[in-house]
Design a protein. Structure first.
Length: 140
């Protein structure tokens, strides 16, 4: 069973088949241990685009936004850890070959451009991988 991340949000806009859900970070989040990886930091709001083919939602309706817990870790890996590993590797190789710190630093940092360029080019595939779902909040 996959763990899920859940947020309560409000539908701000509907452009079929996309529903735009705005979530706010509640005040109780200030002491949360996951605050560093939370998609809504510092009491701000964030707008999520969620594909919905049901058409069962209305404007300003309160809904539940859900995603897999592992998506956050995968995003951190792709956006931070791997590029940093490439920079460190390029820095070490360049310094080993040139012996010059300035040149090595420039080469190390220049690795970031193709790294993030590749992530940008893969954004369509990544949007299909990092998927949130929206559902109605059922009141008893």
């Amino acid at each position: 069973m996959h763990q899920t991340i859940q947020y309560t949000g409000t539908i701000e806009r509907i452009d079929p088949p996309v529903v735009y859900v705005r979530i706010m970070q509640p005040p109780a989040c200030s002491g949360c241990h996951g605050g560093s990886s939370c998609p809504v930091p510092d009491g701000k709001s964030r707008l999520f685009e969620v594909e919905d083919t049901t058409g069962n939602f209305a404007l300003h309706e309160e809904v539940l936004l859900q995603g897999r817990y592992g998506m956050g870790m995968q995003a951190i890996l792709l956006a931070c850890v791997l590029p940093m590993a490439f920079v460190v590797a390029a820095l070490g190789i360049a310094f080993g070959l040139t012996g010059d710190e300035l040149t090595s630093g420039c080469i190390g940092l220049s690795v970031l451009l193709p790294c993030y360029g590749l992530i940008y080019l893969m954004r369509g595939k990544l949007n299909r991988k990092f998927v949130f779902t929206v559902s109605k909040i059922h009141c008893s």
